[in-house]
Ligand binder design. Structure first.
Ligand SMILES: Cc1ncc(COP(=O)(O)O)c(C=O)c1O
Length: 363
């Protein structure tokens, strides 16, 4: 397999069919297996039948369905915000949020490893943009002291999958003036961190009106869409000021209903999050046995620390063993195998993965 895009013909939580062959897959961000949960599918089918395929209009005209509002209520509750607003995807959640504060934010202090979506969003507004390196809190502190401004923003991912790092939210909040905002892209924290996977802020026991959470619904919730959750005033502001929100068609009502069902499963089955964590630990242990463990916290998606040639050999052995793992580089960098476990993988699946990787390393 060459680095890059693969054509998937069908999938389950743990398999992908490519060129007519079904592979055991360690791929993607459907971390809790909810994209294939029967309750989710039932909700999608029922809403598809009553609402059609598309909202066919923006929310503020005739595209606002009950399912969208239900999903916003559910997301606000799970993420611990007073309110939440849906946008078409997680990237746009960051864009819409910053857009709503354009002209007001004079300084954004950003973790250097933040997702490109957060960088992109912060760059689109006038104002100073400074990074504090990879979680360098001393540097963040120095920048916050030097450029303190009532509308200052500190922005970070909640969980950095590539670095295996979690944001130090409590410490970042302490640097922020009372009227500032702490923007947390928690796309990878939702479904993983905090009791029942309620995210990074919950995991730190933080409820603060200065925290605004953005997230993709295409990761642990197995759906599609983006959300901004925070204080009622912030959410209302985004609703009134963001053209990205106002000028786009929302996710289909059926998908919104599916995401509501996914959140119900998340709340009802905290054991699912524990299974994800256990599988992430097993993956990290097996990679350590093979000397392939990157430094950092345990995360369910791991970018193998190997050069492209070894990556290619490993991918070929995985393929021969009937295992699909994506192989790609970011930002023009070398391609690497990206292995992801989810809550539905069984011990035997991980054993098969370990054997194929070991054969690749010994080849
Ligand atoms: C941290 C983070 N933020 C935002 C996004 C974008 O989300 P979406 O794919 O829903 O646009 C991603 C997706 O890779 C992500 O990992």
């Amino acid at each position: 397999m060459k680095p890059g895009r693969t054509r998937i013909e069908a999938s389950t939580a743990t398999t992908m069919t490519i060129d007519g062959t079904t592979h055991l897959a360690f791929a993607g961000t459907n971390f809790l297996g909810l994209a294939h949960h029967p309750d989710v599918h039932e909700a999608v089918r029922a809403t598809l039948a009553t609402c059609g395929l598309s909202a066919s209009a923006s929310r503020e005209t005739s595209g606002n369905f009950a399912a969208h509002e239900r999903l916003e209520e559910s997301l606000a509750e799970v993420l611990g915000g007073e309110a939440a607003l849906l946008v078409p995807d997680g990237w746009l959640a960051n864009v819409a949020l910053f857009e709503a504060f354009a002209g007001e934010i004079r300084c954004t202090i950003l973790d250097a490893d933040s997702h490109p979506a957060l960088w992109h969003a912060a760059r689109q507004i006038d104002g100073r943009l400074l990074d504090y390196g990879s979680g360098d809190l001393m540097r963040a502190h120095a920048l916050a002291d030097r450029y303190v401004d009532e509308h200052m923003v500190i922005a970070t991912d909640g969980v950095f999958p590539r670095q295996g790092r979690y944001a130090e939210l409590g410490q970042l909040l302490r640097m922020l003036p009372p009227t500032g905002l702490c923007v947390v892209d928690d796309s990878h924290g939702l479904g993983l961190i905090g009791t029942g996977g309620r995210g990074t802020a919950h995991g730190h026991g933080l409820r603060d009106p200065r925290i605004v959470i953005t997230a993709s619904l295409a990761k642990s919730l197995g759906a599609t869409g983006g959300v901004i959750a925070g204080s009622a005033a912030t959410i209302e502001r985004v609703r009134r000021r963001s053209e990205t929100y106002a000028g786009t068609t929302p996710i289909p009502p059926a998908v919104a209903a599916g995401a509501v069902a996914a959140l119900d499963v998340l709340i009802r089955e905290p054991a699912r999050v524990e299974r994800l964590k256990a599988n992430a630990s097993s993956l990290n242990r097996l990679l350590r046995r093979l000397d392939l463990r990157p430094p950092g916290h345990t995360v369910p998606q791991v970018h193998l620390p190997v050069d492209e040639a070894l990556g290619q050999t490993l991918i070929e052995h995985l393929e021969r063993a009937g295992i699909f793992v994506p192989f790609r580089g970011y930002g023009g960098g070398a391609a690497r195998p990206i292995i992801a476990v989810n809550a539905e993988h069984k011990a035997a699946d991980l054993t098969r993965l370990e054997e194929a990787l070991r054969e690749g390393l010994e080849a």
